[in-house]
Design a protein around this ligand. Structure first.
Ligand SMILES: Cc1cc2nc3c(=O)[nH]c(=O)nc-3n(C[C@H](O)[C@H](O)[C@H](O)COP(=O)(O)OP(=O)(O)OC[C@H]3O[C@@H](n4cnc5c(N)ncnc54)[C@H](O)[C@@H]3O)c2cc1C
Length: 463
């Protein structure tokens, strides 16, 4: 590690500020340096310097949309990718060359204007390409498209030795970087293979379901590859929900007609004010909102035409929505379990109910087979994501119990959403963790890359 006393002044070119950082769900608020290098050369030079602000660890940060402490390092340096803005597109081959700081919303618009679409998108368009790769994000179409990482052809990674490496899927360091949570280096750029899309338009099938079993069945039914169940877990009638299966509209003859490229994204319409009354969000309020959403949805509908953006990113219309949870915030608990472990998901809901931990948002999806990246989250089966207000006192113990159930079932939690998992539990969930650690440690023997998540979970040792 650099000798703090001999750090040259102004080694970090570009703005450097002290900021309070936290995850999208709130959680631990930490003071950290945040540095925005203007270009890859400044990034390489700064990291090669002996600047004292590198001493407590360095971690890349995109839009801070990961829910916990993955993109922060207490007292350390967060490297913002906001200056890494290259975006060029080969409209014939459908390959985008992008800087890591480009937002998916920007890439989607550029791609849609040329008849292409980003093949895997999460539930928000406001994430960076670097964040998408480092979390190896999944969409609603994992069964057919895999993760974001499956579409990365090459990536430029700035490693701890100051070298900018061009990696391909054949490199072990490539696989360790896909889902590697920023702990192999700073992703600078990537080439992404896009999917053809004559129009950014989806044909959507919708079914209201009256139980969890019906949700599992509807997610398995014939129909488009973009599948998701929104669940109302606060209804007094028991779990119920709305399942959608969507497919890209393939031509104007398919009912598409002209559709502006802007439909690939969705605008922000409202913002939650910075200060709202504490406790504005209660189980009773959510119960009423859920009931309205449930009854507003069609019982059965087929082939409704909806823009790609509005369907994929329904939460993006309301900026800063986590503020509604008040100062204590919320956490998201997301697990993946193998096929046949449906009852484990029910058991998790029972544990949370017994702990009086209300689930304000619940989303269920199916996953296809896992990929070759050792820390990639998706495994074949089901994934359930639950938003839980943090102020419930019994929540930590309940989540420990849920983790035990997940481990017994051969499942895992999603690091990009995590804020609680224990080191021993994590290694039980990710059997290839030591393989990943070996590749990581070889590329960063002095432990430059560290995040609070990495220290808390033992992904990287604290020095
Ligand atoms: C409303 C909402 C819905 C979501 N839905 C989904 C979903 O459906 N599927 C899904 O998979 N995820 C989902 N997410 C999670 C989100 O996609 C990931 O957390 C994503 O990584 C956030 O990207 P970011 O740019 O905000 O990265 P950050 O949150 O800033 O960072 C996330 C991780 O990426 C690393 N990182 C960021 N940039 C770089 C870089 N240039 N080089 C190396 N490492 C880097 C960070 O170190 C950190 O470990 C959702 C999040 C929200 C808020």
């Amino acid at each position: 590690m650099p000798d703090a006393d001999r750090a040259p002044a102004r080694a970090l070119r570009g703005p450097v500020r002290v900021r309070t950082l936290h995850g999208w769900g709130g959680g631990d608020r930490v003071r950290s340096w945040v540095w925005r290098p203007p270009d890859p050369a400044a990034l390489a030079a700064g990291l090669a310097s002996r600047d004292r602000r590198l001493a407590r660890g360095v971690i890349a940060r995109g839009m801070g949309r990961s829910y916990g402490d993955a993109a922060q390092r207490w007292g350390g340096l967060a490297v913002s990718s906001a200056g890494l803005r290259e975006l060029t597109l080969d409209p014939v081959a459908g390959i985008a060359r992008v800087g890591a700081g480009v937002l998916l919303t920007e890439l989607l618009r550029a791609a849609a204007a040329q008849g292409w679409i980003v093949p895997v998108v999460p539930g928000t368009q406001f994430i960076t390409v670097g964040g998408a790769i480092a979390s190896d994000i999944h969409g609603k179409n994992h069964g057919s498209a895999g993760t974001f990482g499956a579409h990365v052809r090459t990536l430029g990674l700035l490693t701890a030795d100051g070298e900018l490496r061009d990696l391909t899927p054949a490199d072990p360091l490539f696989s360790a970087t896909i889902g590697g949570m920023g702990l192999t280096g700073v992703i600078v750029s990537a080439q992404i293979a896009l999917a053809p899309a004559p129009a950014p338009l989806l044909a959507v099938d919708t079914d209201r379901v009256d139980s969890l079993d019906d949700a599992f069945s509807a997610l398995r039914a014939d129909g488009g590859p973009h599948r998701v169940a929104w669940l109302d877990l606060l209804s007094r009638r028991g779990p119920r929900g709305v399942v959608t299966r969507a497919r890209m509209v393939s031509s104007a003859a398919d009912g598409g007609g002209p559709m502006p490229a802007a439909a690939a994204t969705t605008p922000v319409r409202l913002a939650v004010p910075p200060v709202i009354p504490s406790g504005a969000l209660t189980p009773a309020v959510i119960r009423a909102a859920n009931a309205a959403r449930f009854w507003r949805s069609p019982r059965h509908e087929r082939d409704a035409l909806i823009g790609f953006g509005p369907h994929m990113f329904p939460l993006d219309g309301l900026a800063a929505w986590p503020r509604m949870y008040g100062p204590s915030g919320f956490l998201q608990y997301q697990v993946a379990v193998p096929p046949g472990a449906e009852r484990v998901l029910e058991a998790i809901l029972e544990v949370l109910a017994a702990a009086d931990a209300p689930v304000y948002l619940a989303v269920l999806k199916d996953f296809g087979p896992a990929n070759a990246a050792p820390l990639s989250f998706p495994i074949e089966g089901w994934t359930l994501a639950l938003d839980l207000p943090r102020r419930c006192p019994a929540l930590p113990a309940a989540l420990d119990r849920c983790d035990e159930l997940v481990v017994e079932a051969g499942g895992r939690i999603y690091l990009s959403k995590d804020s609680h998992v224990r080191p021993a539990t994590l290694s039980a969930m990710y059997p290839r963790l030591s393989e990943w650690q070996t590749i990581r440690d070889d590329a960063d023997p002095a432990g430059l890359w560290r995040s609070d998540l990495a220290i808390r979970t033992g992904l990287v040792s604290d020095r």
